[in-house]
Design a protein around this ligand. Structure first.
Ligand SMILES: NC(=O)CCC(=O)C(=O)O
Length: 305
C-alpha cells in the first residue's frame, strides 16, 4: 500500500486555554458578574503564560431547567450576554468560547441552546445551536426533556480559530453523536480540537463523561475540551457533574477540574497531533469500500453563522 505523506499539523502553534467551571444561579445579573470576574481572574492568574482562549460552560447565565429557558432567552447578537462576552474578548485580546445560553429566535419564536465564539477583537466568529437535544429517561436516575421547550439546531459547526487552525464545536449531548467530531476532524475541515461546553449530571457523568471525551479524541486524533458548570451541592435543581477537562489526541487527560468552582489551565501542544497521526495512521486506512464515507464536500451542512 502507498503511504501518503505525513499530514501537516492542523494546529499551527500551541494554544493556551482556561476552562471556567462556575455555578450559575437564578439571578442572571449575578451570573454575568461572576463570569466577568472569573475571566478577569483567569487572565491574571494563568499558570501557563498569556492565555489565547477562555471557555465557559453550558447554560452559564441561567439555570439549566426546561421551564426556565424561555425566561432567560436572549436575542443574538443584540442581547446583553453577547455584548458582555464580546467586550471581555476585546478587553483581554483573547478568544472566548461562550459556553451556551438560551437563544430566542425572533423569526419563529423558537428557543435554542446556543454557543457563540468571539475573536480577540470581540467579533462573533461561530454560532452553534445544540443539534441533539437532551431527552433521556433513566428510571431511578434522571429524566430530562430539553425538547419540551428547546428546538434543535440543523448544522454542524466548524470554524477557523485565527492562525491556530480549524476547530469544531458541539454542546453537551452532541458529544454522544460521533459524527460531529468526524466532520470537524476529517478533510476538508482538518480541525485540531472539538470544544464541548457541557452539563452532564451525577447519573450519566460518572458513567460516560470521561469515556466520551476520550473516545472522541481517539476516534479523531484531536484534542477534546469539555467545560462544565460546577456542582450545586445541597441545591434542589439540576446537579452538574463538574470535571471540566482537556484530553489530548492520544486519549490522555491532560487537565481536569474537581466538582466545585475552579479554573483549569491547559496547553494544547501543536506537536502532539502529528505524532499520534504518524504512529497510528487511521486517517488513510478507512475502508470506504466496506462502509460509506459520511464526511466530504457537499455531504454535510456546516454552519456559516
Ligand atoms: N446538558 C446535556 O446535554 C446533558 C447530557 C448528559 O448528561 C448526557 O448524559 O448525555
Amino acid at each position: 500500500m502507498t503511504v501518503p505523506p505525513v499530514l501537516k499539523s492542523p494546529l499551527a502553534k500551541s494554544l493556551k486555554v482556561a476552562l471556567i467551571q462556575l455555578k450559575a444561579g437564578a439571578d442572571k445579573a449575578a451570573n454575568l458578574a461572576k463570569v466577568t470576574k472569573f475571566i478577569d481572574d483567569a487572565v491574571k492568574t494563568s499558570t501557563i503564560g498569556s492565555l489565547d482562549l477562555v471557555m465557559l460552560p453550558e447554560c452559564f447565565n441561567s439555570p439549566y431547567a426546561v421551564d426556565q429557558f424561555r425566561n432567560y432567552a436572549e436575542l443574538i447578537p443584540s442581547g446583553e450576554t453577547t455584548s458582555i462576552l464580546s467586550e471581555l474578548a476585546k478587553k483581554h485580546g483573547i478568544y472566548i468560547i461562550g459556553g451556551s445560553i438560551p437563544e430566542l429566535a425572533p423569526e419563529d419564536n423558537k428557543i435554542f441552546n446556543t454557543s457563540l465564539t468571539f475573536s480577540p477583537s470581540g467579533e462573533i466568529i461561530a454560532k452553534h445551536r445544540k443539534a441533539h437535544l437532551f431527552d433521556i429517561d433513566i428510571p431511578g436516575g434522571i429524566t430530562f426533556q430539553e425538547s419540551v421547550t428547546l428546538s434543535g439546531g440543523d448544522k454542524a459547526t466548524v470554524f477557523k480559530l485565527g492562525d491556530f487552525g480549524n476547530v469544531g464545536l458541539g454542546i453537551c449531548y452532541d458529544i454522544r453523536f460521533p459524527e460531529l467530531a468526524s466532520i470537524a476532524s476529517r478533510s476538508p475541515n482538518n480541525s485540531f480540537a472539538m470544544f464541548y461546553p457541557g452539563a452532564f449530571n451525577t447519573t450519566t457523568g460518572p458513567l460516560h463523561w470521561h469515556l466520551l471525551a476520550r473516545s472522541r479524541a481517539v476516534d479523531n486524533q484531536l484534542y477534546t475540551v469539555l467545560c462544565s458548570p460546577a456542582r450545586d451541592v445541597g441545591g434542589s435543581g439540576y446537579q452538574a457533574y463538574g470535571h471540566s477537562l482537556v484530553v489530548d489526541p492520544f486519549g490522555k487527560i491532560i487537565a481536569e477540574a474537581g466538582e466545585g468552582e475552579e479554573i483549569v489551565f491547559a496547553e494544547l501542544d501543536k506537536d502532539v497531533i502529528p505524532k499520534v497521526r504518524e504512529g497510528i495512521p487511521v486517517h488513510y486506512q478507512r475502508r470506504f469500500d466496506i462502509y460509506e464515507d459520511i464526511v466530504g464536500e457537499g455531504k454535510v451542512k456546516v454552519s456559516d453563522l
